[in-house]
Design a protein around this ligand. Structure first.
Ligand code: HEM
Ligand SMILES: *[C@@H]1O[C@H](CO)[C@@H](O)[C@H](O)[C@H]1NC(C)=O
Ligand SMILES: *[C@@H]1O[C@H](CO)[C@@H](O)[C@H](O)[C@H]1NC(C)=O
Ligand SMILES: *[C@@H]1O[C@H](CO)[C@@H](O)[C@H](O)[C@H]1NC(C)=O
Ligand SMILES: *[C@@H]1O[C@H](CO)[C@@H](O)[C@H](O)[C@H]1NC(C)=O
Ligand SMILES: *[C@@H]1O[C@H](CO)[C@@H](O)[C@H](O)[C@H]1NC(C)=O
Ligand SMILES: *[C@@H]1O[C@H](CO)[C@@H](O)[C@H](O)[C@H]1NC(C)=O
Length: 761
């Protein structure tokens, strides 16, 4: 029975088929009433949450969960997307409740609404606007430059890879109710005969690493670790609802252990090193996309399975520098003159070099200088603003934001000298295009081979096969939720700060990581970014070993400022994959064509570690149940890489799609001229550091860990040659490309598309 017939039966009014909202029919009234009520509930929950956090910030009693909540707080367009989805979900819940309530018998919920009614709700909630593909004809520039949101990168499907669209899935979701409930929602539910272990228990037993026990990487620098985070902040961010309380019962997620959407707290085990037993660590579920995860509507099958939003573009486009939506992108630009520059800080500079501007958002969660240094006379500063909201998360990622903002401005100034007639817009777009290409070069040429190892790398990244419009570049849910989080195990407990001799800085020595979260003031008042960048290139990465996985700074002290209750990143990663309904370890091994361990013996062989296999099976019961992030990071490395076979497969597959599904990939003919490509191929991170800091000696490859005695003088690193950007013809840059050879016909064919299989080691 659908809503029409149902209402006909209960209210005996005349039925208008496919009634619209403005018509006075009972079903349209129910829809309208439910929507109005939903809007009130959602708006008031948002307001409550905002007031709460502002009040805490004002009282200086921010606790880690507030920080967190604020950290994943959606802004601008993302907020609109999240709000529309919340309106939609609550409207459908209320309609379903009302009809259930009036009608004693249970109604087949999937059959409740007609497509027309659903469209009406989509329109009212703002969901239609979220899913409507834009027209790609309106902006002539989209052929030449990326849009901020990356809409129209793919002309056939303009939303592919755009910001604020769903993560894609490479394997179907696994929810407890098959639609939206996280794994572990019901702690007693059995998987392959075993209940899922508490994530904090897993974290305590398997991941714990005292700072003193950290093993350092002999080959790679700490830059390799942090560059991973830098890249991630270009590619993925799953926002959560701004509401900190349950929509259905008003429960405050921060104060309760109850699971009630969007609260999905982590239960602390009976005995715990840091946290009090029977307490909970608050976790907010990632926001669903509009209409997904609801049973109470028409579409059957998998169309209504809950999906999560990626608020960033899938492309390697330096979105963390420029912003992934129009409003933010514009806000970051210096429109006060026509230099095509990014905005810089007006109050402070770093020995004459530029700093990021401060945020104008008035809830300031970064001001901790007085407290940290116990000196009330000190000047506080607000948070920085940049293309990605996580810019302040730790001081090292902040330093990379500052570095690349300076490089943009350096390029824009140089381009202006070469082409005095260029408009502000052209200068901005051309500099942005170069910075985007830098990243594509550095990620594929310099970063990935060290992570996935040469075998996998060569299989996936042979000769560039050209753009393929059919390749979906979207970030896979398993990539953001699990595979690319391998980087959390490469984080050192310290933030290193070195002087010009690459020795611990006498005035501003290295600080514990947990004292470097949300501390932009350190970049301003403690020697600028040079000591931090030297720390990245002059110190080794943490090596992920099977007995020392995650440092306490992240597992016990993450975002611990004032409150003793901090957060645990390992637990969060595990909880997040359950929140997103990510299938278990063996399903992904199989997906990659790898063997699947069925019992402890087989797992021990695969992990090359009897003790670890025993611990895992003791916790999970069956190897198939192991949360994929943990299974992945526990594997021994592939030769020459820093992840095991499973993550080498998933990470390289994602980057292969990002490369082949990007119409504006730097090697795609027509994007740059042949001479420009030749210039871009010489890009080096070393030179970018030289050009924008006071650092004068650097390793040629800053990802490799080497002794300072082997570093080279900046003078000996070739400068980036901008002469191919001098405009010659009337048609402008990039239009007189005689070097537009067609790689498809020249190459030895696309790299092995069936190469998803990686031999298990
Ligand atoms: C000091 C260093 C780092 C800190 C403090 C940190 C912290 C965090 C936090 C708090 C989250 C959100 C967790 C959740 O609620 O689900 C997160 C997500 C994530 N992190 Fe890190 N992280 C760090 C470094 C890295 C590195 C080095 C990488 C990769 C090489 C990385 C990759 C990711 C990814 C892929 C996500 C998911 C992003 C999304 O799609 O929402 N992180 N990290
Ligand atoms: C609900 O209705 C749909 C469509 O009529 C049908 O396919 C499905 O089997 C029904 N489900 C239940 C639980 O009755
Ligand atoms: C989910 O799907 C599985 C397999 O189709 C089925 O056995 C199970 O009963 C479903 N669970 C719910 C809550 O509908
Ligand atoms: C902070 O400074 C005050 C006054 O200088 C001193 O009395 C107090 O012990 C200090 N607190 C801490 C935690 O160091
Ligand atoms: C383009 O990608 C699709 C989807 O992956 C694939 O089926 C097709 O073979 C590719 N085309 C070329 C020319 O590589
Ligand atoms: C593990 O599974 C393999 C293959 O199914 C089997 O040969 C072996 O006996 C099993 N080992 C144990 C301890 O159950
Ligand atoms: C397996 O572990 C042993 C030590 O437990 C180590 O010596 C050996 O190199 C490891 N083999 C592989 C392939 O990782």
């Amino acid at each position: 029975m659908n809503l029409h017939t149902f209402l006909f039966v209960v209210s005996c009014c005349v039925l208008t088929p496919y009634a619209l909202v403005n018509e006075e029919s009972a079903e349209s009234r129910i829809i309208l009433e439910s929507f109005e009520e939903a809007k009130k509930i959602v708006d008031s929950a948002y307001k409550f949450s905002r007031d709460e956090s502002l009040a805490r910030v004002r009282k200086d009693v921010i606790n880690p969960s507030d920080k967190f909540c604020l950290l994943r707080q959606p802004a601008r367009k993302t907020r609109e997307a999240v709000r529309a989805a919340d309106y939609m979900a609550q409207t459908l819940r209320l309609i379903s409740e009302k009809t259930h309530h009036a009608h004693k018998r249970s109604i087949n919920a999937t059959n409740l609404l007609t497509p027309e009614e659903l469209n009406t709700i989509m329109r009212l909630t703002g969901c239609s606007a979220q899913t409507r593909p834009p027209s790609c004809r309106t902006t002539p520039l989209i052929n030449k430059y990326r849009t901020a949101t990356s809409v129209c990168n793919n002309r056939r499907n303009p939303l592919l890879g755009a910001s604020n669209t769903p993560f894609t899935r490479w394997l179907p979701a696994q929810y407890e109710d098959n639609v939206s409930q996280p794994k572990g929602w019901n702690p007693n539910k059995l998987y392959n005969g075993a209940a899922l272990p508490l994530v904090r228990l897993v974290s305590n037993r398997i991941l714990s690493t005292a700072d003193a026990n950290v093993t350092s990487d002999r080959e790679f620098s700490y830059m390799l670790s942090i560059f991973g985070q830098w890249i991630n902040h270009d590619l993925s961010l799953a926002p959560s609802s701004p509401s900190i309380k349950s929509f259905s019962n008003g429960l405050n997620c921060v104060e309760s252990c109850e699971r009630s959407e969007p609260c999905f707290p982590i239960q602390v085990p009976k005995r715990d090193s840091h946290l009090s037993p029977n307490s909970c660590m608050p976790v907010f579920r990632s926001s669903p996309t509009c209409g997904s995860g609801n049973t109470a509507y028409m579409f059957g099958g998998s169309a209504n399975v809950r999906e999560q939003i990626n608020s960033l573009t899938a492309f390697l486009d330096a979105g963390q520098v420029y912003g992934s939506e129009d409003g933010l992108a514009k806000d970051l630009r210096d429109l006060s003159n026509d230099g095509g520059l990014l905005r810089v800080n007006k109050q402070y500079s770093d020995n004459g070099r530029e700093h990021l501007p401060f945020t104008s958002v008035n809830s300031n969660m970064c001001a901790t200088r007085r407290q940290t240094l116990n000196d009330t006379s000190l000047t506080e500063v607000p948070c920085f603003t940049a293309g990605d909201d996580r810019v302040n998360q730790n001081i090292v990622i902040t330093s990379l934001h500052i570095l690349f903002m300076r490089e943009h401005n350096r390029l824009a100034r140089a381009l202006r000298i070469l082409n005095p007639s260029w408009s502000s817009e052209t200068l901005y777009q051309e500099a942005r295009k170069i910075v985007g290409a830098y990243h594509q070069v550095m990620v594929v040429r310099d970063y990935l081979p060290h992570i996935v190892g040469p075998d996998t790398f060569n299989r996936r990244f042979g000769v560039y096969p050209g753009y393929n419009e059919s390749v979906d570049p979207s970030i896979a849910n398993v990539f953001g939720t699990a595979a690319f989080r391998f980087g959390h195990l490469t984080i050192q407990p310290m933030v290193f700060r070195l002087d010009e001799h690459y020795q611990n800085h006498p005035q501003f020595p290295s600080v514990p990581l947990f004292e470097a979260f949300f501390s932009p003031w350190r970049a301003i008042f403690e020697g600028g970014i040079d000591p931090l960048l030297r720390g990245l290139i002059g110190q080794p990465a943490k090596l992920n070993t099977q007995d020392h996985m995650m440092v306490d700074a992240l597992r016990e002290k993450m975002f611990a400022f004032i409150s003793p209750i901090a957060s645990d990143l390992a637990s969060l990663n595990l909880q997040r994959s359950r929140d997103h309904g990510i299938p278990g370890y063996n399903a992904w091994r199989q997906f990659c064509g790898l063997s699947t361990p069925e019992n402890e013996t087989e797992l021990a062989v695969m992990m090359n570690n009897t003790k670890l296999a025993h611990q895992l099976v003791k916790l999970y019961g069956n190897p198939a149940n192991i949360d994929v992030w943990l299974g992945g990071v526990a594997e021994p490395f592939v030769p020459g890489g820093r992840v095991g076979p499973l993550f080498a497969c998933l990470i390289s597959m994602q980057f292969q799609r990002i490369r082949e599904g990007d119409r504006l990939w730097w090697e795609n003919p027509g994007v740059f001229t042949k001479k420009q490509r030749t210039s871009l191929a010489t890009t080096s991170l070393a030179r970018i550091i030289c050009d924008n800091t006071g650092i004068s000696k650097v390793p040629k490859d800053p990802f490799r860990f080497s002794k300072p005695s082997s570093y080279v003088n900046c003078k000996n690193i070739p400068a980036f040659d901008l002469s191919p950007w001098i405009e010659t013809g009337v048609c402008g840059v990039g239009n007189s490309d005689s070097g537009n050879e067609i790689p498809q016909s020249l190459s030895k064919g696309p790299p092995d598309h069936q190469g998803d299989k990686v031999k298990s080691g």
